[in-house]
Write a protein that binds this ligand. Structure first.
Ligand code: GLU
Length: 426
């Protein structure tokens, strides 16, 4: 079997959600591990929830993350005839029916127990008619028995059919619902493994029924655990940054994000914490994904990001602002203290912008005015004129030159800043 995986984001949010980035990474790695293909499909059939520009932002975030697709993006809105044809096939086979009932009407009938799990057409109010505006197609879900499927990560999962409502598969606007769209496309696109978030588990029995009604071979299912906030609640945009573009703006690096996501519900067999996606592809194994929902900890990601920072990234990030030569000189002084690209500014901004002017003790200024411009020599010169007060004098000098009480090594910084500029600040 050729391995084909996919992600199927809906363009209904601001950008790519970090949870979707996580699912994308696992799908990508699994496909690459098996010399297969990774596909992107945009599920844009919920017209009322579409967000302008969302699709483009999702695609560009995936690209930035380095999670490249082999096929797509396919768009469901461009495939409407396919879904309609398949829905009509189900009607012809007796597995689905046309219905003109509005959801309100159906609920009302349910309340009055005019219908139970009886498809509404049986009560005589809904007739079989051609799909016109205002009518829907519903799946005829069996009223007894169970639907079972196997999940690679979770084992067998069983649902009672009587608890599953007759699902709408084609809406009154002519668009398919998620259930029909996802099954028709996963089949036609020959998706072999469906790896997605656990929030879709309860949809899966409806999909299994559809596969059975069409007479199609089932794909392999794997439902990934959902990410949580450090306080164990479900990761949500109300509590934490979740959009990939936010991480990008903050100066997180794609390779660090991929590495961090990789470690969430899966562990490198050698217990390594820092490893590349190429390495992950070599040793990855889908069965060993854990089911406990992992915590997504931005602080931990920051720490990991620090391991991936490189001089050339800082140069690129600030290319419109600071010169390459200057950044290269400063980098050795700040690299141990930086975790995010954006932190360069708060650590090293004083090299470029003068803080408000401050007086310092005259003997220190004089010492700096006449000694050789080398940090060891400066240190000795300042110590010899300040004696026991050296510590205070250094702090005073730091604040005067950098505008802050903490920062990179002071005298090495002065060496880069130069005598003229340093004295001008004192
Ligand atoms: N369109 C669904 C989503 O928004 C796809 C779920 C699936 O992978 O089946 O995530």
């Amino acid at each position: 079997m050729k391995v084909r995986t996919r992600i199927a984001p809906s363009p209904t949010g601001e950008d790519l959600h970090i949870g979707n980035a996580y699912t994308a990474l696992i799908n990508y790695v699994f496909a690459k591990k098996n010399k297969g293909s990774f596909i992107i499909r945009i599920e844009d059939t919920d017209r009322s929830r579409l967000v302008e520009g969302s699709e483009n932002r999702i695609l560009s975030s995936l690209k930035w993350l380095g999670i490249h697709h082999d096929e797509g993006p396919f768009r469901q809105s461009e495939r409407l005839n396919l879904y309609k044809r398949h829905a009509e096939e189900l009607v012809a086979k007796g597995h689905a029916y046309y219905c003109v009932c509005t959801p309100d009407r159906l609920n009302e009938m349910r309340k009055k127990q005019e219908v139970n799990h009886q498809p509404p057409m049986y009560d005589g109010r809904c007739r079989e008619l051609k799909l016109t505006n205002g009518s829907t197609i519903r799946l005829k879900v069996p009223k007894s028995g169970t639907t079972t499927f196997h999940d690679v990560i979770r084992g067998d999962i069983q649902f009672e059919n009587k608890l599953i409502d007759d699902q709408v598969i084609i809406k009154s606007d002519g668009y398919p619902t998620y259930h029909l769209g996802v099954v028709v496309d996963d089949h036609l696109m020959e998706i072999s493994h469906i790896i997605r978030g656990e929030e879709w588990i309860s949809s899966t029995p409806k999909h299994i029924l559809l596969y059975q009604f069409f007479g199609w071979t089932l794909p392999v299912y794997a439902h990934m655990p959902l990410l949580r906030n450090p306080d164990k609640s479900k990761l949500s945009k109300r509590k934490n940054p979740v959009w990939v573009s936010w991480f990008r703006e903050q100066g997180f690096l794609p390779e660090a994000i991929r590495n961090y996501l990789a470690t969430l519900a899966w562990a490198h067999p050698d217990g390594k914490e820092i490893f590349s996606t190429e390495e992950m592809i070599r040793v990855f194994n889908l069965e060993s994904i854990q089911t406990t929902a992992p915590v997504f900890d931005t602080e931990k990601l920051k720490w990991m990001n620090g391991k991936y920072l490189k001089e050339e990234y800082v140069v690129e990030y600030y290319k419109d602002k600071y010169s390459k030569e200057k950044i290269k000189l400063i980098w050795p002084l700040v690299k141990e203290r930086m975790k995010l690209l954006s932190e360069f500014e708060s650590l090293a901004g004083f090299f470029f912008i003068r803080p408000p002017k401050k007086e310092i003790r005259k003997e220190v200024r004089d010492a700096l005015g006449s000694c050789e411009w080398n940090h060891d020599v400066m240190e000795k010169a300042i110590r010899s004129v300040t004696g026991k007060e050296a510590k205070d004098a250094f702090m005073e000098l730091r604040v005067a030159v950098t505008g802050k009480t903490v920062g990179p090594p002071l005298l090495e910084s002065l060496e880069i800043l130069g005598r003229e500029e340093t004295l001008a600040r004192l």
